[in-house]
Design a protein around this ligand. Sequence first.
Ligand code: GLU
Length: 449
Amino acid sequence: MTAQLDEKVEPIYQEVLRRNPGETEFHQAVREVLESLGPVLVKHPEFRERKIIERICEPERQIIFRVPWQDDKGEVQINRGFRVEFNSALGPYKGGLRFHPSVYLGIIKFLGFEQIFKNSLTGMPIGGGKGGSDFDPKGRSDDEIMRFCQSFMTELYRHLGEYTDVPAGDIGVGGREIGYLFGQYKRITNRYESGVLTGKGLDYGGSLVRTEATGYGATFFVKEMLRVRGESFEGKTCLVSGSGNVAIYTIEKIHQLGGKVVACSDSNGVIHDDKGIDLDLVKQLKEVERRRIQDYVEFRKHAHYLPGGNIWDIPCQVAMPSATQNEINGRDALSLVKNGCIAVGEGANMPTTPEGVRIFLDAGIAYGPGKAANAGGVATSALEMQQNASRDAWSFEYTEKRLAEIMKGIHDLCYEMADEYGMPGNYVIGANIAGFIKVAKAMVSHGLI
Ligand code: GLU
């Protein structure tokens, strides 16, 4: 069900498949961008001459390392650590760390590849990178998490620096983990280098709004997509998958803008609450007590827990996938469209399969792909770096205002670029082309490196 690749681009994609066997998520992410780039090569022959697409698909550096640590029983555990430094044309490598058992090189490369274009769209001076480990934090004690983070940083520190590579959080990595990673970096290097990590705690160089930024930003993006269609969140029934950091602050902002989120989820099941999700309860369960979402119905008897349920079968007008990659397949996309969904904004990275994307685009609904819609997280990381560099700390109101402006800027850029390339309203084309061109121009300026 995927679109044809332009004849100039097809051999490049074939070469990516050949050089990166078995990395299916990476192939998917590359193909999705390459599908948009044919017309760009016509307008910019210099990109073709300098083999910019070929170079952009090959990471500048890939680091894979052993992470040994001891669990609470004294048993030795071995995990694998990754950092893929993908592209530094626009600034130091920037992107999160993911700790999840599904992590392998193909996942980190898909995320790192997406990050190049996402970071470019923010307009901030940041390159693209991503890292993580197949470590599973689920059920681990606080001490185990600390020991793992310390061991992970004991290798990774030599590759980092505020002008080199600046990690942050992603799935399985939040404020607690960033704290342990920062502490170990500081200890090993004997440097208080605030700008080496983002998503830090507020007491030691973190930025207000960074915690909320991905979810708030994705909601601002959808607000803009609705606005150009003469719509708003007011009174809309919404679905937000997941119940982690992105989902929680997406729900918060949707509620502030007058929408009603009736369902959220985790990897075990779905909570359906017709009266609207009680966000304080979700925060208490997930952020404070680190429990599973099914416990929600213990406290809200009218709500339903659907073990193994499919959130996308619940009727809604706005859907915001905020869990993980490929969580919406073709069937789910059809179900959403049939049930009256008019807008989809991706808080997660690549949550919709290529078949699902095609269905959204063909149906003509407003579809905001992750690399545009969820860029508010990394954009606010760049604002954190800016505050660290000037040894300043901004207010919540000012920082949120900056985030809202950045998201409107990304929306408008994608919208206008889609228009310019003859595909009005297609934010996939708009995001890929706008994100790519800026990086490509910088790469041409830097010569063959
Ligand atoms: N992991 C987030 C993302 O997917 C944030 C990265 C960052 O703040 O560097 O963009």
